[in-house]
Design a protein around this ligand. Structure first.
Ligand SMILES: [Zn+2]
Length: 146
């Protein structure tokens, strides 16, 4: 093999501050990274799949749901994160133009699915919009970051 890039990555095991489930939509990559930093989440397992938690809440098939669930469970087992963050976003291609409330509803449904398999685990829901990240509470969305 030819070395094509040099970078020193930290060896050894780590404990994650969070397991973060997001879509792979690059428009929100910077906002989500800055938001996590603001939240004090420095080391995290990011499970990036198209549609984010759609595979848990409204899967196209059991295989999609099982895959995402397994990825989250591997994070919990290997890196003992203290919380799970589920982040959906506006205009998600996986939803084919569905309005924000459908995507936010899926965040809550996915949180319930995770509560069913990991009942003691803190799960938080967030919605990334083009002007910032919103925390999704039971009474709707509230701004927590500009
Ligand atoms: Zn998306």
């Amino acid at each position: 093999m030819d070395k094509v890039f040099h970078f020193d990555s930290p060896p050894g095991q780590y404990r994650a501050d969070a397991c973060v489930v997001t879509c792979f939509d690059a428009r929100f990559t910077t906002a989500i990274a800055k938001f996590l930093k603001r939240m004090g989440i420095a080391t995290y397992d990011q499970v990036k799949v198209p549609g984010s938690v759609k595979a848990l809440a409204a899967p196209d098939g059991d295989a999609d749901r099982d895959y995402l669930l397994r990825a989250i469970q591997v994070s919990l087992r290997l890196h003992q994160p203290s919380r799970i963050l589920l982040i959906g976003h506006n205009e998600c291609g996986a939803y084919g133009g569905a309005p924000a409330d459908i995507i936010i509803g899926d965040l809550f449904r996915a949180a319930l699915v995770l509560k069913g398999t990991e009942p003691s685990f803190p799960v938080e829901c967030y919605f990334a919009d083009f002007d910032g990240i919103y925390k999704c509470g039971p009474n709707g969305a509230a701004t927590i970051s500009e």
